[in-house]
Design a protein around this ligand. Structure first.
Ligand SMILES: Cc1cc2nc3c(=O)[nH]c(=O)nc-3n(C[C@H](O)[C@H](O)[C@H](O)COP(=O)(O)O)c2cc1C
Length: 250
């Protein structure tokens, strides 16, 4: 950003608790004249302030109309399996339904989670994207991180510009204002300058741009393994390392 705004690097000390253990952590942030407080890295923080619930017990997962439905499925499956996650609020845009139909042969929106997972989910609750009064629309609801996978350029644009016109956008907006982790798994290629500028804006407001780019060095056998390893990486990023994640040994 070269618009004359002043950026100053500082650190912020906070007491964090995770599984009953409290630690003092120092979080780097920048102060800018355009944005109040921008955390540079969430992953150094293992938990939120005392009296707050552990961050990852309630997760928000959203899917938008970008390509990559198999990656949404892999993330939902991993979240369903992870016992540290107690509840998942799942939001799907109308355009994501279209992509689900193309890529996963899913029909309509009835029993959507069951259709995606191929079985009943215990803790994934689908939220209506038109319901702006749902729990995650409010900062008072103790939600943890939010992962948007895949994140279309349209949704990125709305989040970066604070439109909050549906539940998905509003839940992301709430994450930013409450300084909660917001992970945008953006998917588009090539990128135009509007996309790049919106990624910059969202990152400056505190979101993490986590492009939907799988790893190849683990030699995945197919799409499902690629998607599963990507889901493992995203979950590890918000503080939930997965037991079967591939680890590069060097
Ligand atoms: C099969 C299919 C694949 C698409 N892939 C992408 C994509 O990878 N990235 C993207 O930004 N938009 C993609 N789009 C276009 C979006 O769906 C479209 O811009 C939509 O308005 C996004 O709406 P949403 O962000 O509310 O879900 C795709 C559309 C279709 C039908």
């Amino acid at each position: 950003m070269n618009d004359g705004s002043q950026m100053e690097a500082r650190t912020l000390s906070r007491k964090s608790c995770y599984s009953g253990e409290c630690v003092e952590t120092t979080v780097p942030y920048i102060l800018s004249s355009d944005f109040d407080l921008v955390l540079l890295r969430f992953s150094g923080v293992k938990g939120r302030d005392e009296c707050m619930p552990e961050p990852s017990q309630i997760l928000t997962i959203a899917a938008t109309g970008a390509s990559g439905a198999a990656f949404t499925r892999a993330l939902l499956l991993a979240a369903e399996r992870d016992q540290r996650i107690k509840h998942v609020n799942f939001i799907v845009s109308d355009n994501a339904l279209r992509v689900f139909a193309e890529e996963l042969s899913i029909k309509g929106r009835n029993n959507l989670v069951q259709q995606i997972l191929g079985g009943k989910a215990k803790k994934i609750q689908q939220q209506n994207n038109d319901d702006i009064g749902a729990n995650i629309a409010s900062g008072s609801y103790p939600a943890g991180a939010m992962i948007i996978l895949p994140c279309s350029m349209g949704t990125l644009a709305r989040i970066a510009n604070g439109l909050a016109s549906n539940l998905l956008d509003r839940a992301a907006d709430v994450c930013l204002k409450e300084k909660r982790p917001l992970v945008l798994c953006t998917r588009e290629t090539p990128l135009n300058r509007i996309h790049i500028r919106n990624m910059d804006l969202a990152a400056l407001a505190g979101a993490t741009i986590y492009p939907l780019i799988p790893t190849f060095y683990n030699r995945p056998a197919g799409l499902d393994e690629m998607a599963h390893q990507f889901a493992c990486r995203v979950l590890a990023f918000i503080g939930l390392p997965q037991p079967d994640a591939y680890e590069w040994k060097g």
